[in-house]
Design a protein around this ligand. Structure first.
Ligand code: Q9C
Ligand code: ZN
Length: 597
């Protein structure tokens, strides 16, 4: 099953017609450079090209008011002066005679993508669209957005395909307040957004973008905001929020479909975001979402204004959707203090809603006041004119070219076990080359000197042993908690060049959990995974091969609470190891003491 790519040049045919410093970064070239990069890297050709369509009035009315739609419908006939005036009633957006047409195509592209994925025409896909959508509200354009493409797609998917749960992941650097408002009281749509916030100093400067806006009424717990209170967030900060907030909650939620508000202004070099995450982090963010919802993932472009990091990030995303192994993640040195503070706040705000966060540290009661103090301090600094070194041109290496391995999965099988489709079978009988054996021995001895690695490994082994004692698949949730909160961050920080996955007989890990584990671990070591199984486990060959081939793992169903004794072991381990492994941390140093149940 393939990957859809939706793009139409028509969406490059509108632009800012007057002078407005706030809007000058939203240019047609954003789309052309992204599309050209996909062609140049041979990615566009590997995708299934799906045509755009215009969203209908009925589609748009799933999210927007009739009055607003009627008003936007008049814009193609307005004079320049009328357009300027019409624009003035909204924040940080511009209109153009052709933008209504493009906005219908942008929303329609998201719907075409949902249809392609839901009907099984493709497994996943990406839509390159302008204008973006996540800031637009029921009755207002905002932040370069006219119609809320992803919100419309979520409502459409629920209505047309009867979906019970849709996850929206907004990795754009701005808060998609339009999406939040749309689904605030709706528990069938889980909205996750991280965004530059700086204690409400950054656009759109909303109180409700903070971590304590968790959703309303029945939707309480289904809105997750991660505010970035400093610029310069890096790969570690992003990954740690995925491992310790988004992924555990997403697995517990168990979506039928994943929609991504794929803005790349959260990448390095972006003039809006001022963050430092490298374009290849999007390979990992994408990979980590690809085993949810049976792999049904639709990415829709939002922001991204650096014409170098934008196309690089788009390529990383699409190449991962196509199934190519992700590059080794570089420089994972743990989250910064400000990110840890945000992590701590979000986890504590949501601990009452998600059983995977039940054990998260509470916030000290003085937190609110510390926040105010920090705010005041910052204000002072600004007044002193001590402005941060602003907008120096960032430079970063171009992500290395990713390869598609000629053989995705090779198996060495005992006699009488058929080789699953798509895998290469290697004979088991050939004698090992003594040179290779020696090389292996040397390398192994060298690696075994790494005492951090050894301590960690022995801790993990005891954990796995403990888990094995629980029979059957009854403890999928505890196992998953160990994988997401411990094994994955540890693996990312360790950055192995090979993942050796050993399956013990009678491990009690059922196929779907095993496939999730195998799938997630392929984000490490460029996907170089070696699985060892014993002869008696013949029935496990096919599911394992499927996971190694990159098929989406079957979803685990909505998860119950993990066993308290497992959580306790896990948490104790995480605490013990987090001095050495920074990606295991979930609380800021000065408030981390009271991390109790
Ligand atoms: N410094 C999206 O990324 N603010 N919209 C501009 C200029 C508006 C961003 C202020 C940013 C809107 C989809
Ligand atoms: Zn943005």
């Amino acid at each position: 099953m393939g990957t859809a790519l939706i793009y139409d040049e028509e969406m490059t045919r509108y632009k800012l017609l007057w002078v407005d410093p706030a809007c000058k970064i939203e240019v047609p070239e954003r789309l052309t450079v992204s599309h050209e990069a996909l062609i140049k890297n041979g990615l566009a050709d590997r995708c299934v090209s799906v045509p755009v369509r215009e969203a209908t009035d009925a589609d748009i009315l799933l999210v927007h008011s009739e009055e607003y739609l009627e008003a936007v419908k008049k814009t193609p006939y307005m004079t320049l002066e009328d357009l300027k005036e019409f624009t003035l009633q909204y924040g940080d957006v511009y209109f153009h005679p052709n933008i209504y047409h493009c906005a219908k195509l942008a929303a329609g592209a998201a719907l075409q993508l949902v249809d392609s994925v839901m009907t099984g025409k493709v497994r996943n896909g990406m839509a390159l669209v302008r204008p973006p959508g996540h800031h637009s509200m029921s009755s207002a354009a905002n932040g370069f957005c006219v119609f809320n493409n992803v919100a419309i797609a979520a409502q459409y998917a629920k209505q047309k395909y009867g979906l019970k749960r849709v996850l929206i992941v907004d990795w754009d650097v701005h808060h998609g307040q339009g999406v939040q408002y749309c689904f605030e009281d709706d528990p069938s749509v889980l909205y996750f957004s991280w965004h530059r916030y700086e204690h409400q100093k950054f656009w759109p400067q909303l109180r409700e973008s903070d971590y304590d806006s968790v959703g309303k009424e029945k939707g309480a717990g289904f809105n997750i905001n991660v505010p970035w209170n400093k610029v310069g967030m890096k790969n570690s900060d992003y990954l740690s929020v995925f491992c310790h907030v988004l992924l555990p909650v997403a697995y517990e939620f168990c979506p039928d479909l994943v929609l991504v508000c794929a803005g790349f202004d959260s990448a390095i070099g972006d003039p809006e975001g001022e963050m430092c995450a490298s374009p290849d982090i999007f390979a990992h963010l994408t990979h980590l979402l690809m085993n949810l919802a049976g792999g049904k993932l639709c990415a829709v472009l939002e922001g991204g204004y650096n014409l170098t990091s934008l196309p690089q990030s788009v390529c990383q995303t699409v190449q991962t959707l196509l199934g190519d192994p992700a590059p080794r993640p570089a420089n994972l040195d743990g989250p910064c203090e400000s990110a840890l503070e945000s992590l701590h706040c979000v986890r504590s705000a949501h601990r009452q809603y998600w059983s995977c966060l039940k054990h998260a540290a509470k916030l000290p009661t003085f937190e609110i006041s510390t926040k105010r103090v920090k705010l005041a301090e910052e204000e002072e600094r600004l007044e002193k004119g001590d402005e941060e070194k602003s907008q120096e041109e960032q430079v970063w290496p171009e992500p290395p070219k990713r390869v598609t391995p000629p053989i995705r999965a090779a198996l060495v099988l005992p006699n009488g076990v058929a080789c699953p489709d798509g895998c290469e079978s290697f004979g088991a009988s050939e004698d090992a080359d003594p040179v290779i054996v020696n090389k292996l021995r040397e390398n192994f001895v060298k690696d075994a000197d790494d005492c951090h690695a050894l301590t960690t490994l022995s801790s993990l082994i005891s954990l796995v042993e403990k888990m094995e004692k629980n029979e059957g698949c009854s403890d999928a949730s505890g196992f998953l908690q160990a994988v997401l909160g411990l094994l994955l961050p540890l693996g990312y920080e360790y950055d192995p060049s090979l993942v050796l996955l050993v399956r013990m007989p009678d491990s009690g890990v059922c196929d779907s959990v095993w496939q999730q584990l195998t799938g997630l671990l392929q984000g490490l070591a460029q996907g170089h995974t070696l699985v060892l199984m014993q002869e008696g486990e013949k029935e496990r060959v096919a599911p394992t091969a499927s996971a190694l081939l990159g098929d989406a793992a079957p979803s685990l169903g909505q998860l119950h609470s993990p066993l308290p004794e497992d959580v306790e072991v896990l948490e104790r381990l995480r605490h013990r190891l987090q001095g050495d492994w920074k990606l295991l941390q979930t609380t800021a140093p000065e408030t981390g003491r009271g991390d109790e149940h």
